[in-house]
Design a protein around this ligand. Structure first.
Ligand code: K7E
Ligand code: CUA
Ligand code: CA
Length: 647
């Protein structure tokens, strides 16, 4: 916190008469409903029209002379792992260059790699009894990594699917999805965060659980009951085992849940709640002056599960503990603590010093700082009210959504309505809240383009938070890029936060929809560059290669080695159920082969030493060229086999 003793930079802070000051705090509360539509139509209104026109010049001025460009042949300092919204995938960018390094299909299907086409990927995504995919859509919002000793261990990434309430795990050695779990009795699985150490066993100082919020309350179970009575509907906080990916337990709450954060001591998880009202209509969801951030005492919940003090819902076997207020009258035994925060908050983020959770206000122009030691005190029966755990509530600007940190005591909050990032100092905010009238926590406000949602900093969700870069994921990009039709590229804006002032250093395009991500130091990530053939139990080797027929089931075991498939001709009969398994015997790094079968809708790749299989019905007679889709060799075009289907 020492650096903030220097003179606070306020040049960019809002001045009187500024458009951003026009809607004051009280005006905003009254306009809360209008606020959202005001923001969404902001590009049309006069003031932001002016801003857009002025933006290119302002941005050009803001671009620093350098340090962030990555010359050809040079490597980035950081990886950014980002969600992709309703694209359903996960993305890997290099930072600061903004280069797209990989797109990882997760809840979507992808014919480049064959995700959703191969038997192996279908088994991970989940199939219906007829073998077709259960879901082909996804909506990823939040990506977080697994932890050890308070920082990333490079083992796993987790990402949520809001539509179908699924949690996916990505292996960081291959950067591929290896497990997907659906949460029972949850709709709108939004926030998600891994724990950072075990809440009970001190020796376990790494991620063992992943916590999941539940945004849309539903009948429990959702089997046709209570359709007309939303007051009976509910939301469940879920705990998923990080290793097995099974749901360990759920906890029913009052109100809904949005985002999730976990404490560095492993004992607390929390979720911000914008619908404590349990409202079904917008007006109802905004009727309370304050909403809440609900804290979960993980050890107490797990003790209740152990003691058999739980119920189950519908056909789900997952133990459900009651975390509603009525069931938890005494703080000393309560599993939940509902801390009142600003109206309809969005986002809850843990400060890297382990002391605070910050809820961003959304409809309140404030951030609420909650002291975790006071939450513990409340659970011990030593705090009068839940609200007493709040130690600061600075006014940061209009539409605060998410907050990140620099490891030097400063917080950065995205302002959706103001299209800005506010840099503010946490200890100064606490001093101001205590009554110090000279304390001004606001350090700087910087325009971003436009209407930012998530904001995240380099290593910012770890104890190794290094305060170098910050990314602002913006929902609108009008005028920032060449036009490409009605659907715009959105922007990820990279900001240098290493100095006293934030500096915008790059605009990167984002294909809809930019949400949350993490920025990870490159030395954390250790990938394997080729697979191990023995990891695939169905690998095809010279001794089992060939065609095997059992009735009308035909197993084609094929190998690839540039520029050949092991069989020039594959003959089957019309009506056969064909399983084609392909193992890539090339050992050269980056030597990937493809396998496409025209009209049969088959297209997938096998990386070096990797095996994949597909199963399909040979229902059309004729000759079909199986060909390699992935450029592998000078004779790549010649890499073909004849697939003959006899009548
Ligand atoms: Cu703010 Cu789904 Cu994290 Cu997006 S949520 S912005
Ligand atoms: Cu094998 Cu292209
Ligand atoms: Ca509310």
């Amino acid at each position: 916190m020492d650096n903030v003793k220097k003179k606070i930079v306020v040049e960019d802070a809002p001045k009187l008469g500024n458009r951003r000051n026009f809607l004051g705090r009280s005006a905003l509360l009254g306009l809360a409903g209008a606020g959202v539509s005001l923001g969404l139509s902001g590009c049309k209104d006069e003031s932001s029209g002016k801003k857009n026109a002025a933006a290119p010049a302002a941005a050009a001025k803001a671009v620093a002379s350098g340090g962030h460009e990555i010359a050809p042949g040079q490597l980035d300092e950081y990886y950014a792992f980002t969600s992709a919204g309703h694209g359903g995938e996960m993305r890997i960018l290099g930072l600061p260059s903004g280069r797209t390094l990989k797109r990882i299909p997760v809840f979507n299907t992808d014919c480049m790699v064959g995700w959703g086409i191969t038997n192996e990927s279908k088994a991970i995504i989940g199939t219906k009894p007829d073998g077709s995919l259960k879901y082909t859509t996804g909506d990823t919002h939040h990506v977080h990594g697994s932890y050890k000793d308070g920082t990333y261990d490079g083992r796993w990434l987790f990402v949520n699917d809001k539509i179908h309430s699924r949690l996916a795990r990505i292996r960081m050695d291959t950067m591929e999805c290896d497990k997907i779990t659906q949460l029972p009795n949850v709709m709108g699985f939004h926030g998600m965060f891994p724990d950072k150490r075990d809440p009970v066993d001190e020796k376990i100082n790494y991620t063992t659980r992943v916590f999941c919020g539940h945004e849309f309350h539903i009948p429990l179970p959702n089997d046709g009951r209570d359709l007309e009575d939303p007051s009976k509907w509910g939301c469940l906080f879920s705990c998923v085992d990080a290793a097995t990916m099974e749901v360990r337990w759920q906890c029913r709450v009052d109100g809904n849940m949005d985002l999730v954060a976990t404490s560095y001591d492993g004992k607390l998880a929390a979720s911000n709640q914008y619908n404590t009202e349990n409202g079904a209509l917008l007006a109802d969801m905004m009727s309370a002056e304050r909403d809440a951030c609900v804290f979960f005492n993980v050890a107490r919940i797990e003790q209740l599960v152990k003691d058999g003090k739980f119920t189950t819902i519908g056909s789900s076997k997952v133990p459900v503990v009651d975390g509603r207020k009525a069931a938890n009258p005494d703080p000393k035994t309560s599993v939940t603590c509902y801390v009142p925060v600003g109206k309809n908050p969005h986002g809850v983020n843990a400060s890297p010093d382990g002391k605070y959770f910050v809820c961003s206000g959304k409809l309140s122009p404030t951030c609420t700082v909650i002291d975790l030691s006071l939450v513990h005190k409340w659970f011990d029966g030593g705090l009068k009210t839940e609200r007493d755990a709040v130690v600061a509530e600075p006014e940061v600007g209009l539409g605060p959504l998410h907050t990140c940190f620099d490891g030097r005591g400063n917080a950065y909050t995205s302002l959706f309505l103001d299209s800005q990032t506010t840099k503010w100092n946490v200890e100064k905010a606490i001093a101001q809240f205590k009554g110090d009238k000279t304390a001004n926590p606001i350090i700087q406000k910087m325009d971003v383009h436009y209407q930012p949602g998530h904001i995240y900093s380099s290593m910012g969700e770890t104890k190794e938070c290094d305060g170098k870069y910050l990314n602002s994921g913006n929902k609108f990009s009008k005028d920032r890029f060449l036009p490409v039709g009605p659907l715009h590229a959105e922007t990820e804006q990279l900001v240098d936060i290493s100095g006293d002032k934030m500096q915008l250093i790059a605009d990167h395009t984002a294909y809809s929809e930019p949400h949350d991500g993490i920025i990870v130091r490159r030395d954390v990530v250790k990938t394997r560059q080729i697979y191990n053939m023995d990891d695939f139990p169905n690998a095809v080797k010279p001794e089992n290669a060939g065609i095997e027929r059992k009735g009308n089931k035909v197993h084609v075991r094929l190998m690839s080695q540039a520029p050949n498939y092991s069989m020039p001709i594959i003959k089957v009969k019309k009506g056969d159920e064909v399983t084609l398994t392909l193992t890539n015997h090339d050992k050269v790094e980056d030597l990937t082969h493809g396998c496409a079968i025209p009209t049969y809708n088959i297209n997938f790749i096998v990386n070096p030493q990797e095996t994949h299989s597909v199963t399909f019905k040979a229902d059309r007679v004729g000759a079909y060229w199986i060909y390699c889709t992935h450029f592998c060799h000078a004779l790549h075009l010649e890499m073909r086999s004849r697939f003959l289907v006899e009548a």
